[in-house]
Design a protein around this ligand. Structure first.
Ligand SMILES: Cc1cc2nc3c(=O)[nH]c(=O)nc-3n(C[C@H](O)[C@H](O)[C@H](O)COP(=O)(O)O)c2cc1C
Length: 223
């Protein structure tokens, strides 16, 4: 797989094969490769917690219970703009409608939406969950570095025959997740990620999002 294939073929996978395990060695190998991601002054501001089996189940139970109780939680950082506006809200809606449309979920059907959204907390059936944290005294530049690291994890996983879904869905429940990880107070939860083999026949895995043409976000400036 070359780099272009790895990037263009990556998509968020939301149904994994729970019976196909991923060894700790494979996870370590993926993270070792991803750790080659660049960071300003090479400070490497990432920390990863890997959860499987009962450690993963405890997080599933804690987050699912809170989500189903209607507790929306509160992330420690704002992932999205405080005030949505075009064109971003339009793109967001397009993504949501596309996914729900494929799955035949009516957005007005609260039970159906909830039934789907809760699969986030089940790691979409994946055998491995990754949690990414950052020391809270790091600045914006380190968050920029972190994005490169996350993409590197996703691409390196593909090279190992695995797929991923990054998950901010865990962030509102950081106060349940972080203690279960044994993470110290100095760290903030950046996001979670499911990792495993995709379930090939799952409808949801056929969801392919669109992208702008480069011309739409590029300005060539000449004299
Ligand atoms: C940091 C980050 C957090 C995300 N959180 C979630 C999430 O909680 N649940 C989910 O289903 N998808 C999540 N996604 C996936 C995005 O919806 C997805 O990347 C986007 O729609 C583009 O689709 P693609 O990944 O298939 O190319 C997240 C993506 C990123 C980069």
């Amino acid at each position: 797989m070359n780099v272009t294939e790895a990037i263009e073929g990556r998509q968020s996978i939301r149904a994994f094969d729970p019976d196909r395990q991923v060894t700790a060695d494979v996870v370590t190998s993926i993270l070792t490769t991803a750790g080659r991601a660049p960071s300003g002054s090479n400070i490497q501001p990432w920390h990863v917690y890997v959860v499987t089996e009962t450690a993963k189940d405890r997080i599933t139970q804690a987050c699912t219970a809170r989500y189903l109780a209607g507790d929306e939680g509160q992330s420690e950082y704002h992932y999205y703009p405080q005030a949505w506006r075009q064109p971003y809200i339009g793109r967001r809606r397009q993504t949501g409608f596309g996914l729900y449309g494929l799955l035949g979920i009516d957005k007005a059907d609260a039970a159906a939406v909830q039934g789907y959204r809760v699969t986030n907390y089940q790691f979409f059936g994946a055998p491995v969950g990754l949690f990414f944290t950052i020391d809270r005294d790091m600045e914006l530049g380190s968050w920029l570095d972190y994005g490169m690291f996350l993409q590197s994890v996703m691409l390196s996983a593909r090279d190992a025959g695995l797929e991923t879904c990054a998950q901010a869905a865990f962030c509102p429940y950081y106060d349940s997740v972080m203690p279960l990880l044994g993470a110290p107070e100095e760290q903030m939860l950046v996001c979670g990620m499911s990792l495993g083999h995709p379930l090939g026949e799952a409808l949801v895995n056929g969801y392919r999002t669109e992208r702008l043409d480069a011309e739409a976000f590029t300005t060539f400036v000449s004299a």
